[in-house]
Unconditional design. Structure first.
Lengths: 519, 431
């Protein structure tokens, strides 16, 4: 790709003539995997990578497809959408259209990584370096993962969720459960707390809490849904105007779980399960560039370190570099293979360049990164890994050199104009603007529509109103009506959605009925 | 470090997704059923040993989420700039929609993105074909025995024809018998001979009163008697003889011929024919499990019968009346000329809507009972009609009474009944 990835390791003091490689063939054995892991772990320790213990599981290609189609959850509840995923994965694989991912790694403690038995030994070593030391240290170190996920509890929780869902299927029927799950999945991306830290999950606590809730609900009469309004409040026009919830709420699933009037207890539990999973995956959605970039940087660095120590052969390195190059290949915008920016390339380039800025800064670097240029690269990279998400990471660390190497440029597409406009390119006047735009592109609330719970008509038809606040006049997509049907299924009464741009309603959606005309 | 735990999971089940896959098929069974129906039209009845490709419109299986639509003002950063500079304008393509999220929706293999395509297995195909009825019992049932046998060796017997005498076995038995009968005596002889030798070698006593001569004579007599005894044991006796034994074993018949008879007169609609086709498929599948080679003969008839190929059988249209016996006659003729019952297992399936000229039905009954049924393994008749029976049915009822083991008839009103009917037809009363 670019010279950004040309051998950053030149510090080798060992004499390459004194090689004693761990192995020379390409067939792996369990013993060799263990030996490689040991050596890679030693290298990782040299660089101060802090990881959870690893659990490496060797699996077959079929099992990899299984793992794939359950979005990387080692245990999952049953749902047709995973079957759909499986069918398309296996079709692609059988046709040879798609190599399977070399690895899947799970944010758990111990950190579970899958190795495919079909891989050659160099590939297994690459995967170990990438997953067991790269991703693993990211899971353990990055603030989002530390804040939002509980690596030690997730497996138990998944088992709990699977059992709960299958119990419900037995008691209420597969169809009833499937309907609820479908609706929850439709709102899953809007089922996360973006700012508030959730309580850690624990399967045992979940079960206890469920019992409590069931009991509590038996006794409780929800004040919200008292059918007889109090007279004195009716007379107070200000109180009448008061919205519920008073502040808009971003977590639609949470709001529905707590407030939907007609749901049965088990249905609320299923909503809760889906939103807990959404929350668990939320950090991954916000750190794709960083996470992959970090893991790629480390497999590259660790295996080069192995080479310097004479632990791997030239043939090993050639095979490894070939895979590595494929992983970080970025097709240009006008290539038929182009499908957006490759997060591996972007992340790897930024981390690699960060190291260069620390070790070998130019005047440009000193001007752009005065706090970083010339500092200890290991500390700086760890700081960058630990304290940012994609958006802020790019904003903070995307250097002019990476922009030049990748030849980035920004295109503006405005529906009021009949041509696209190039607004910034990789040159002096464009760097800052370009960086800002790319950073924003990775802001989840920019990628996904901002939709919040706005009001529930407590005294009238109990309808739920959601509010969409468009950014840059971008409207909602064509699925909106369909998603609203799902929201309606969960809520049980009419659901309205209005797009409100600077105080004016620009678009309305209703399910199933438009509201009566206001006098 | 040593914190890494390496586990071999390859022996764990690989079908973790089976349930999810099944859920998917269940959810889209209407789409799949339609694909299966179409496949039945398209495929030959002998072509059912494989699954089927199914396509479902992508929009039907989409999982909707809130996302951004087209329009508004947006900016995207792309890589690989060649000669753009800030401020350049690029005309939008005709009917230009936005750049989207940069996630090209092109399919890598040029297959339309509007279709979600996948494969179902043969079992799933059959399940959908016969309306989710399971086919587990569709295994080798004992059908009527065939004429050909194999002989397999099954040990030895003491009786048999001389041609099957096993010389080695017999001699070995004789040897054992000789040892058994003579052993004790031979031992005795050896003992006596040793005594005799002792006596003879002892220095002769001068005193005649103590002479060994008497003893020697007694011993010699005894030895001679024993030797004669031993000599009388026969070298081979009748009880030594062993004959190789063979068992007659039913030879798995390797070839069968299946006659498909169908009424194609005006009253048979395409729906009737489709139902019949499924019935024929099922019969074929059933025979396939029992025979290596299967010929299929298609005979269509209205007032006269004709042997045709499959395409014509199912899909060409005819009008006019119905004479069922024409088909039976033709079938008999074909058996006579091409399918000798000694070499072929003959099956026949006849489908009709029950129409026949009333005069003809007794002829059919006669043809079946006198000429056809003695030759065939099984003859199944299905009447595809929701209506009341006509003459032919009642005639066939009498046939069934006479040949309960090789003739059966059933009525089908709807494709979902095919499999139960098939099962009833092929239920064997204790063989």
């Amino acid at each position: 790709m670019s010279d950004a990835i040309d051998r950053p390791n030149v510090q080798g003091s060992e004499n390459p003539d004194t090689r004693s490689p761990v192995s020379t063939g390409s067939e792996w054995t369990f013993e060799l995997i263990r030996q490689y892991d040991e050596e890679i772990a030693k290298c990782a320790a040299e660089f101060g990578l802090d990881t959870y213990p690893n659990q490496v599981e060797v699996i077959s290609a079929e099992q990899m497809m299984d793992a794939y189609s359950s979005v990387g959850m080692p245990v999952g509840y049953n749902h047709w959408s995973f079957g759909k995923q499986f069918l398309s994965t296996s079709k692609g694989y059988q046709r040879g259209q798609m190599g399977l991912a070399y690895e899947i790694v799970i944010n758990s403690n111990p950190c579970i990584a899958y190795l495919m038995e079909e891989n050659t030994l160099p590939m297994q070593a690459l995967v170990i370096a990438h997953a067991c030391y790269g991703h693993n240290s990211f899971f353990k170190g990055n603030y989002l993962f530390r804040t939002w996920t509980d690596a030690s509890a997730i497996i138990d929780y998944l088992v709990f969720a699977r059992n709960y869902v299958s119990d419900c299927e037995e008691r209420y029927g597969v169809d009833a459960v499937e309907q609820i799950l479908d609706s929850c999945h439709a709102l899953m991306n809007h089922g996360v707390d973006r700012y508030k830290r959730p309580a850690p999950i624990s399967a045992a606590k979940e079960a206890l809490r469920q019992e409590e809730r069931e009991e509590y609900l038996q006794r409780r009469v929800n004040d919200l849904w008292r059918t007889i309004p109090k007279m004195d409040e009716d007379e107070d026009p200000i109180k009448r105007k008061k919205r519920y919830p008073e502040e808009p709420q971003e977590n639609l699933l949470y709001f529905i779980e707590k407030n939907a009037p007609l749901l049965e207890t088990w249905q609320r539990e299923i909503i809760r399960i889906v939103r807990k999973l959404a929350q668990y995956f939320y950090p991954q959605r916000q750190t794709q560039v960083m996470n992959e970039g970090w893991a790629t940087f480390w497999h590259y660095t660790l295996l080069h370190r192995m080479y310097e120590k004479g632990l791997v052969t030239d043939g090993f390195m050639l095979e490894f570099l070939q895979s590595h190059t494929a992983v970080v290949y970025q097709p240009p915008f006008n290539s038929p293979w182009y499908s957006g920016i490759n997060p591996y390339t972007l992340g790897f380039s930024i981390f690699t360049d960060l190291r260069r800025i620390c070790e070998d800064p130019t005047d440009e670097d000193r001007e752009w990164f005065p706090d970083i240029a010339g500092t200890d690269w290991i500390k700086t990279l760890h700081f960058a890994m630990a304290n940012f998400k994609d958006e802020s990471f790019i904003q903070q660390f995307l250097s002019p050199k990476v922009m030049r190497d990748m030849k980035l440029f920004a295109i503006q597409d405005d529906d009021m104009e009949d041509s696209y406009k190039v607004t910034a390119i990789h040159d002096e006047p464009g760097y800052r603007e370009l960086r800002e735009k790319l950073a924003r592109q990775y802001n989840l609330s920019y990628r996904e529509p901002n939709i919040q719970v706005w009001n529930v008509d407590l005294r009238g038809d109990r309808s739920l109103t959601l509010r969409h606040v468009p950014v840059d006049r971008v409207p909602l997509g064509e699925d909106t009506e369909e998603v609203l049907r799902h929201a309606h299924r969960l809520w049980g009464f009419d659901v309205h959605l209005e797009s409100v741009d600077e105080g004016t309603v620009v678009e309305e959606y209703h399910c199933p009925h438009p509201p009566p005309l206001k006098p | 470090m040593g914190m890494t735990h390496i586990v071999d999971r390859r022996l764990n089940g690989k079908n973790k997704s089976a349930v999810n896959r099944e859920r998917f098929l269940r959810r889209y069974r209407h789409h799949i059923k339609k694909a299966v129906s179409d496949a039945v039209h398209r495929r030959s009845i002998t072509d059912i040993e494989r699954g089927e490709n199914v396509s479902i419109p992508t929009r039907d299986i989409d999982e909707p989420v809130f996302h951004h639509g087209q329009g508004g003002h947006r900016e995207m950063v792309h890589p690989g700039n060649q000669d753009f500079v800030a401020g350049d304008r690029i005309p939008k393509p005709e009917g230009g929609s936005g750049q989207g999220q940069g996630q090209g929706k092109a399919s890598p293999d040029g297959e339309g993105m509007d279709e979600f395509a996948f494969q179902i297995t043969q079992d799933e195909f059959l399940n959908f074909l016969f309306d989710d009825l399971e086919l587990p019992n569709l295994v080798r049932k004992q059908l009527k025995d065939t004429e050909s046998f194999n002989y397999v060796r099954s040990g030895y017997s003491t009786q048999g024809v001389p041609a099957k005498l096993d010389v080695i076995r017999s001699l070995r038995g004789a040897h054992a018998r000789r040892l058994g009968l003579g052993g004790a005596r031979r031992k005795k002889i050896r003992e006596l001979e040793a005594q005799l030798a002792d006596l003879k070698s002892a220095p002769a006593d001068l005193d005649a009163a103590f002479s060994h001569d008497d003893q020697i004579r007694v011993l010699e007599d005894e030895i001679a008697r024993l030797k004669a005894n031993v000599k009388r044991i026969p070298f081979i006796d009748e009880i030594d003889l062993r004959y190789r034994q063979h068992l007659k074993q039913h030879k798995p018949a390797t070839s069968a011929v299946m006659f498909c008879l169908m009424d194609v007169s005006g009253s048979m609609t395409q729906m009737h024919k489709d139902t019949a086709k499924r019935f024929f498929i099922l019969l074929y599948l059933f025979l396939k499990k029992n025979y290596k080679k299967i010929d299929v003969v298609f005979i269509r008839h209205h007032t006269s019968a004709k042997e045709v190929d499959e395409e014509e059988f199912f899909y060409s249209r005819e009008t006019g009346g119905t004479i069922v016996s024409s088909a039976l006659k033709l079938m008999h003729k074909i058996i006579d000329s091409r399918y000798s019952p000694a070499e072929w297992n003959i099956y026949a399936a006849q489908a009709s809507d029950g129409d026949n000229w009333n005069d003809d039905s007794p002829i059919c009954g006669k043809l079946l009972t006198e000429r056809i049924l003695p030759l065939v393994q099984y003859f199944a008749y299905v009447e595809i009609t929701p209506q009341d029976h006509q003459m032919l049915w009642y005639e066939y009822e009498r046939v069934q009474e006479q040949f309960p083991g090789s003739f059966a008839q059933q009525q089908i009103a709807d494709p979902s009944e095919i499999y139960p009917v098939f099962r009833r037809l092929f239920e064997r009363k204790a063989a």
